[in-house]
Design a protein around this ligand. Structure first.
Ligand code: AMP
Length: 220
């Protein structure tokens, strides 16, 4: 099974949910820069507080900060077996830095899977999203509500709305995605790594589509 994978997609495309599922199946870490940055912000470190300012407004955190975090994370022993990158890279500068990092380790990327979701559906998902403060599981007020209001089904943690899921920040994030992240599709297409999977419909069907796209990379 091929297991050095990037999940690429707009905010709300389901990257986090799918990355968590597949990383679990493959026994490799899910490396989610948004989660890492939110954790740093919650700890109140200078880096975390600087990141939070950018995140709350829907802007990207500076490349240098995020590349540093990912370089450190990829250097840990568990990432030698592979990884599912979720939310990184988000700019061409980050993609180039990742190529260099992996090139140094002789562990090139195997597949970049683009989760394709319409803008209308992204807006619907993001504004209704609620996330568990404790374990990070995502719910949707209408299409995937928790059994008890404001409580996580899995760990009973509090559910909250991310500051950047408020309507003004959502609009900004989608614009940032179009301008800064969408050019990565051409970047990875040129390298023969890109596969597109339709990210709408039942979650299990999307997961199956990603598995198939990854197997299509020719890995055992
Ligand atoms: P996410 O949880 O992936 O939607 O990320 C939430 C926010 O964290 C983004 O809107 C950015 O502000 C920041 N962020 C996450 N990953 C990156 C990245 N690779 N580069 C820059 N900012 C990032």
């Amino acid at each position: 099974m091929s297991n050095r994978i990037i999940l690429l997609g707009a905010p709300g495309s389901g990257k986090g949910t799918q990355a968590r599922q597949l990383a679990g199946e493959w026994g490799v870490p899910q490396i989610a820069t948004g989660d890492m940055l939110r954790e740093a912000a919650a700890q109140g470190s200078p880096l975390g507080l600087e990141a939070k300012r950018h995140m709350d407004s829907g802007a990207l955190v500076p490349d240098g900060v995020v590349i540093g975090l990912v370089a450190e994370r990829l250097g840990r022993p568990d990432a030698k077996a592979g990884f599912v990158l979720d939310g990184f890279p988000r700019t061409v500068t980050q993609a180039e830095a990742l190529d260099r990092l992996l090139g140094e380790q002789g562990l090139p990327l195997e597949r970049v899977v683009f989760l394709d979701v319409s803008r209308e559906e992204l807006l619907r998902r993001l504004t209704g999203r609620r996330v568990c403060r404790q374990c990070g599981t995502a719910y949707h007020l209408v299409s995937a509500p928790p059994r008890t209001a404001d409580r996580c089904d899995l760990c009973q943690g509090d559910l909250y709305q991310r500051a950047d899921d408020a309507p003004a920040a959502v609009a900004r994030r989608l614009d940032v995605y179009e301008k800064q992240t969408a050019p990565l599709l051409a970047y990875y297409e040129r390298r023969g790594l890109l596969a597109a999977v339709r990210g709408e419909g039942a979650m299990d069907g999307v997961t199956a589509g990603i598995r198939k796209a990854v197997r299509g990379a020719g890995a055992a």
